[in-house]
Write a protein that binds this ligand. Structure first.
Ligand code: PLP
Length: 360
């Protein structure tokens, strides 16, 4: 067992120190990759689907940062669907109309099969969300939303949901626990696509749930074992390694994003800039719409046209290229995941691509 980490440590110290082996001679400084489908009988682990020391290290780091107990999953969607699976037959789930399309599709799929009812809400309209909590079993918050970058009043919504007897989930993928701690704001469950900022290097698929309630933790752990939605050992290890620099990456990505904002706002090819006020994700709506957005993503050399986000590399994507994206997202919206490169190089690359849109 690793040494327990004192809870008073600040987030960057937790990111570097949590989940490490004890400081004893010949122990590795960081957790190794344990490749094992089974363990010698009689201990806590027993079988590869029930537990793995490399998952535990990841869970200790993220649990420490979020202030709860963490469970790692094979992907963000495995974590999302595990939570939705807890909802009782015929019950109502409230979720943002601009939540990640996969989460909306997962609810719609369950609704189509008669398992539950989904109600899409404008997550920025707190009064409307509070009203929708009334007969809900689960209130799903994503803040900021992907890709609209809307911010929810988590504390007010969580209080109203609890008063109505509903549970509250917050997808904290965009904010990371460094910029927002939903459990402290009243959430029951935090969801992560650890594929994004947590792992941070665009090389691993991983998900996570974090809770404070021990009983709920055990229920979710049981579901993970039954469904086999368990992470790969290598992925968990990559995420632990990634999280050692989470604070530096998030700080730099945010600083870069904030340096780009006024420049984007001033460029004539850009009709609108959306930014939630924190983090490294920015969305721009091209003044000339879909065609201009499709041209932009082909004209850069540093910025890569790719889905996903939160890696060290700057990537961007016209979200409506996906048929499943919400029709209320503008066709010319490009979601930008600002990386940790030099911001002047990032701007020079973007500016020259944007200039071609206005000069023909
Ligand atoms: N939640 C959010 C906000 C996401 O952006 C994503 C993926 O893009 C997911 C959940 C799903 O995560 P994964 O792709 O790791 O399954």
């Amino acid at each position: 067992m690793p040494d327990p980490i004192p809870t008073t440590l600040r987030p960057s110290t937790v990111a570097v120190t949590a989940g490490r082996p004890p400081h004893e001679p010949d122990q590795p400084l960081n957790v190794p990759i344990t490749m094992a489908s089974t363990y010698v009988a009689g201990g806590d682990l027993e079988y590869g689907r029930y537990g793995n020391p490399t998952w535990t290290a990841f869970e200790d780091v993220l649990g420490g940062l979020e202030g709860g107990r963490c469970l790692a999953f094979s992907s963000g969607m495995a974590a999302v669907t595990t939570v939705l699976d807890l909802v009782g037959h015929g019950a109502k789930v409230v979720l943002p109309q601009h939540a990640y399309q996969g989460s909306i599709m997962a609810v719609a799929d369950l609704e189509a099969r008669g398992r539950l009812t989904g109600q899409l809400v404008d997550i920025t309209d707190t009064a409307a969300v509070v009203a929708a909590c009334d007969d809900a079993a689960l209130v799903w918050i994503e803040s900021p939303t992907n890709p609209a970058l809307e911010v929810a009043d988590i504390e007010t919504i969580a209080a109203a949901a609890h008063a109505a007897g509903a549970s509250v989930v917050v997808d904290n993928t965009f904010a990371t626990p460094l910029l927002q701690q939903p459990l402290a704001l009243g959430a029951d469950i935090v969801v992560h696509s650890a594929t994004k900022y947590l792992a941070g290097h665009s090389d691993a698929l991983l998900g996570a749930l974090v809770v404070t309630d021990d009983e709920l933790h055990d229920v979710l752990q049981g579901r993970r074992s039954l469904a086999g939605s368990t992470p790969g050992t290598l992925e968990a290890w990559l995420a632990v390694r990634g999280m050692r620099t989470l604070h530096l990456r998030v700080e730099r990505a945010q600083a870069n994003a904030q340096a780009l904002l006024p420049r984007l706002e001033a460029h004539p090819a850009v009709g609108e800039v959306r930014y939630p006020g924190f983090g490294g994700i920015v969305a721009i709506v091209l003044a000339e719409g879909e065609l201009a957005a499709d041209l932009l993503v082909r004209k850069t050399t540093l910025w890569v046209h790719a889905t996903s986000l939160g890696g060290v590399e700057s990537t961007f994507e016209r979200r409506r290229r996906w048929k499943t994206e919400s029709p209320s997202i503008p066709v010319g919206l490009v979601r930008m995941s600002v990386g940790i490169e030099d911001v002047e190089d990032l701007w020079a690359d973007l500016e020259s691509a944007l200039d071609t849109l206005t000069t023909g």
